[in-house]
Design a protein around this ligand. Structure first.
Ligand code: GLY
Length: 359
């Protein structure tokens, strides 16, 4: 088992990377959790892992309850959070109780937000089972829900007590979701570590064949990159913005698709957009932009948009919470492994790039 530590002073916590759930009791004891815990999971994940996890959590002495929410982004709202509050109230959960997020990004974000707000904050644990959650959303304490069509509009920064990653849960993930998660992994290489990007590029078939040591190494490298950014800028005052690489175009496309595209698929299109914009601004070469598109395609990710209106995508960008005073900022590549935040105040250029993404 690999153990990394996210160093955030009194909010520090370990990330365990392993290939089964047998290390959960020790992880619970290490976090000094006791009393009541409620596992929040979804209708896809529960049949695979709920009883396995509950067994291990009970072994650590916890009184384990569970609640299953409907799988999918549509559950990521305040009504689902209210349902959780009601259950916690009826089961008399108190300040020393805990929530356990068992599932993908939606489950993790909702559970973290419920934990951040119930009786002004109780402990929670992340057991991410999708690659998107293992690679990105379970680390760094971003929690929240969508509100009136705006993604993650309501939320809080609230760190978990530990993150427990069993890479073998990826075996039950639909392959489209594996690709979607890979977009975030590729993103981390592109912004911070060219060697890691090359590793992913050259080991794509092993990843899709669930080779355990490849998955463990990929997860360790990926979490090391993500945690280093979070450690330097927990509340996104500056550096952490870099993790939004591909997300300015990506979130706008995601909303325009009415969430029919997966998050990572939109990030992939957004990465292609960021490279196209960097190319137009003379920051990178066309060869580099083409090579990155090929990597994304080899992960079975889309790099073009279909049937979407340019003005709608542009308007979505302006309404995104990342827009500041109506100005759009983009994370743009300077080379593979290095990216920078740029304000782009040129509507025509942005729309040209959106048009290019349709070709
Ligand atoms: N997913 C981006 C971040 O954690 O900041």
């Amino acid at each position: 088992m690999v153990k990394l530590n996210v160093e955030l002073g009194d909010r520090s916590y370990p990330i365990y990377i392993t290939s089964d759930f047998s290390g959960l009791p020790k992880a619970v004891q290490g976090a000094r959790l006791s009393g009541k815990a409620m596992v929040i999971t979804d209708s896809n994940v529960c049949s695979h892992y709920l009883s396995m996890c509950t067994e291990q959590l009970e072994e650590s002495g916890l009184e384990v309850h569970s609640h299953v929410i409907e799988a999918g982004e549509k559950s990521k709202n305040l009504d689902t959070v209210k349902e959780i509050y009601r259950l916690l109230m009826s089961e008399r959960f108190e300040r020393n109780s805990a929530l356990i997020a068992l599932g993908g990004g939606v489950v993790g974000d909702i559970t973290g937000f419920a934990a951040a707000t119930y009786v002004r904050g109780i402990s929670y644990v992340q057991i991410p089972t999708s690659l998107l959650a293992q690679a990105d959303s379970s680390i760094g304490g971003k929690t929240g829900v969508d509100f009136e069509g705006s993604k993650n509009l309501v939320g809080a920064f609230y760190q978990p007590r530990f993150v427990y990653i069993n890479v073998n849960t990826l075996r039950t993930l639909p392959v489209r979701e594996l690709s979607s998660g890979l977009a975030e992994v590729i993103k981390h290489g592109l912004i911070m570590n060219a060697e890691f990007y090359d590793y992913i590029d050259s080991n794509m078939s092993k990843i899709f064949n669930y080779d355990e040591s490849t998955l463990q190494y990929m997860t360790k490298m990926n979490c090391t990159i993500k945690k280093s950014v979070v450690e330097q800028d927990e509340r996104e005052g500056g550096l952490r913005e870099i993790l939004n690489f591909g997300h300015t175009f990506g979130h706008a496309v995601e909303s325009a698709s009415d969430f029919s595209l997966l998050h990572g698929e939109c990030v992939s299109i957004g990465i292609a957009g960021a490279f196209k914009m960097a190319l137009r601004l003379g920051m990178i070469s066309s060869e580099t932009a083409a090579a990155v598109e090929n990597t994304l395609k080899s992960a079975a990710l889309p790099v073009r948009i279909k049937g979407m209106d340019t003005q709608k995508i542009y308007d979505n960008m302006l309404h995104d919470k990342k827009a500041k005073n109506g100005r759009l900022s983009f994370i743009l590549p300077r080379e593979i492994g290095d990216a920078v935040s740029c304000v782009v105040d040129n509507e025509q250029l942005i729309k040209q790039v959106i048009e290019e993404l349709k070709e």
